[in-house]
Design a protein around this ligand. Structure first.
Ligand SMILES: NC(=O)c1ccc[n+]([C@@H]2O[C@H](COP(=O)([O-])OP(=O)(O)OC[C@H]3O[C@@H](n4cnc5c(N)ncnc54)[C@H](O)[C@@H]3O)[C@@H](O)[C@H]2O)c1
Length: 334
């Protein structure tokens, strides 16, 4: 029996949820809700059994709806998610879960207490590239992670309710949380922000995280860059992964190139300065990745978590912890 679903928000991202929900056998899409009912109607088109509405209350009052997927602006997430959970609905919510860690934690514990799924759409965790990076790192292929450099820059919309860190960095943080081994966690965070256009909010930001194994991770997010760059480098003691998400022919490359360190005792004192590191130049491997739409996997995982009564892969509890790390960084720095 398919799960009755309502989608809230029919702006830029909502139609992607509509398309993927309609193609997911686990769900029966019943409603599309937007404050602009005309927009919901336009997204659905004339040949549909899905009902458009501008009333969130009408959706929550419908006993046939067991789950909602929310794609409204971040500032609305807390109230909408809380109302949906209080009405007994399972929830998939877009990133960021909420624009404050305290609110995110309240929602995560409300879901847990109510026995409901609260999943955050950290879409990148469902891409074949990120899943392969996780396998490579967690399987020990690259050795100990030594550094991470993630760049996510583009000409982006200046959001009315959140700054660039809250808009874009959840992607990078969710990826790091997903791919790093369990024992590698952030121990300190610092963020530097810029608002060179006077938008009254950060439009570019550099986030540094010191990790428990001595590695340093850096994330650069920027709404003002005329060129689109989406790369991340995961440097390890054995190999280095380079991910270029704008290059579909070779999104991932695994380089057997890097720096080997020698035992201090193995090098005579007078040769130490030159000999403590040696450079390794080996092959580069381009892993074959399946072509699969990540958002389809998000929908499938949401349905499976509801059916099986388990936490989803990108559970909101993880979302709130990650976002607390960002907030810690902001408090720490400013
Ligand atoms: N996962 C991803 O890769 C990804 C990509 C883009 C956006 N997003 C996220 O999706 C969310 C929405 O972003 P967007 O760019 O689509 O925004 P948008 O402004 O284009 O659309 C939001 C829609 O929500 C409607 N809305 C606002 N408040 C509402 C309410 N209370 N009830 C019903 N409808 C309401 C608005 O009328 C609007 O149509 C954000 O959290 C954003 O971060 C995620």
């Amino acid at each position: 029996m398919p799960i009755g679903l309502a989608i809230i928000g029919a702006g830029y991202w909502g139609p992607n949820l509509v398309r993927t929900a309609l193609a997911t056998p686990a769900f029966r899409l019943d409603w599309l809700c937007d404050l602009r009912a005309e927009r919901a109607k336009a997204v659905l088109g004339p040949y549909t059994t899905v009902r458009p509405t501008d009333s969130f209350d009408a959706v929550l009052a419908d006993p046939a709806v067991a789950a909602v997927a929310i794609a409204t602006p971040a500032a609305t997430h807390f109230d909408l998610v809380r109302s949906a959970l209080e009405a007994g609905k399972h929830v998939l919510v877009e990133k960021p879960l909420t624009p404050s860690a305290a609110e995110g934690e309240k929602l995560a514990s409300l879901a847990l207490r109510s026995g409901l799924v609260l999943m955050c759409d950290h879409t990148y965790c469902y891409t074949p590239a990120v899943q392969r990076i996780r396998e490579l790192i967690r399987g020990g292929e690259i050795g100990e992670v030594q550094f991470i450099d993630s760049v996510r820059i583009n000409l982006g919309l200046v959001q009315p309710d959140v700054d660039v860190l809250w808009d874009l960095a959840p992607h990078d943080l969710s990826i790091l949380d997903f791919v790093l081994p369990e024992h590698v966690t952030p121990v300190a965070v610092a963020a530097h922000i810029g608002d060179p256009i006077g938008a009254d909010r950060a439009c570019l930001a550099h986030l540094s995280m010191w990790l428990s194994n001595g590695a340093l991770a850096h994330v650069h997010v920027n709404w003002l860059s005329p060129t689109k760059i989406r790369t991340a480098v995961f440097g390890g003691s054995r190999r280095t992964i380079v991910w270029d998400d704008t290059n579909p022919a070779a999104r991932l490359a695994v380089h057997d190139r890097g720096v080997d360190t020698l035992e201090a005792g193995s090098v005579p004192q007078d040769e130490r300065r030159q000999a403590l590191v040696s450079y390794r130049t080996g092959d580069t491997l381009i892993p074959a990745l399946p072509e699969r739409e990540a958002l389809m996997s998000v929908m499938t995982e949401f349905g499976a978590a509801i059916d099986e009564g388990r936490l989803p892969l990108t559970d909101a509890g993880a979302g709130s912890q990650r976002e607390r790390r960002i907030q810690f960084g902001l408090r720490f720095e400013f």
